[in-house]
Design a protein around this ligand. Sequence first.
Ligand code: HEM
Length: 305
Amino acid sequence: MKELLKSKHINGWRLFFLISIPISIDIFMQMLNSDMSSGEEAANMISYSVRYAIPFIFIVAAASSVQVLFPSPFSKWWLRNRKYLGMCFANAMAWQGMFIFILSTFQRDYYFEEVYFLRDELEGTVGYIFLFGMIVTSFNYGRKHVTPMQWKLVQKGGLYFLWSYAFSVYWWNLYYYPTHEPFSVPRVLDYIFYWAGFLSMVLRIAAWGKQRAQRSKKKSPMANPPLLFKAIGSSLIVTGLLASFTADYWYTAVNGFLTGPSWSAELVLWLPFWPLEPFLSLLIIGIGTWLYTKVLPQVEVVKTA
Ligand code: HEM
């Protein structure tokens, strides 16, 4: 296994081509079988191509955490190839970008009647700007034009933004559209992508918690998180997990509360993801993990003679 994972055929650019060529051929064939002069079919191609991208943003998001939580030759391979797996995401997104261009340029009526919504447009455009920045700064040429801090901001910010976009699409499909217009029944794919996105972020939170606990242990070996913090932390983690699959019960009340103030209702119109309903369960799990691993500073007792 260890030797297999080192094979040059499944590492680096070869891995990228191994994955992206068949994907591109399939999207191209699908396009040939579609009537691209129809707005509906062009929109279908947008969905078709982006579905090839989504798994990769989740795979990339989980790469470093899997290495922290379950180190193995496979997790090492995964982390080592993160950049190329990210490029597979970018390849499918480029196809989506092309279909968006076709739809918004040649089927403008359909686009503005059926697709255009200011906030979605802003979210999508910011997503593509991040994607462009991530690709450019993945190469030495782009990297040398930014400081390490800017590089981190583009790569991490982009990863979180694009993950948020993808994850939230499937959250809405599971918990909002079954009961709100234009009404749709969730597909198996919606469940798969929602839970895959959720798992990738839970792994990130768990890895962050593990590293935080290890750092505190190193700094003050005798200190342990207070029992009260551990109890509240674990209750919050359980609450967040419960919230992740019960949103149909709490969505209306929580949304009413969060968008109650007029400034908040105003933000919903243009601020991406506001008021963050899809992410609340993960936010609660994150705060729970923070409390669970919180160590109070040790008070040094200075003996005086
Ligand atoms: C301005 C940019 C964008 C526009 C105009 C746009 C437009 C669209 C359209 C028209 C659909 C099909 C909706 C339907 O058939 O009901 C769609 C689906 C989707 N888009 Fe975008 N999009 C943009 C950017 C993005 C970005 C950056 C992402 C990030 C990952 C993304 C992720 C998705 C997902 C996950 C779907 C659903 C696919 C499915 O059916 O499972 N989009 N988009």
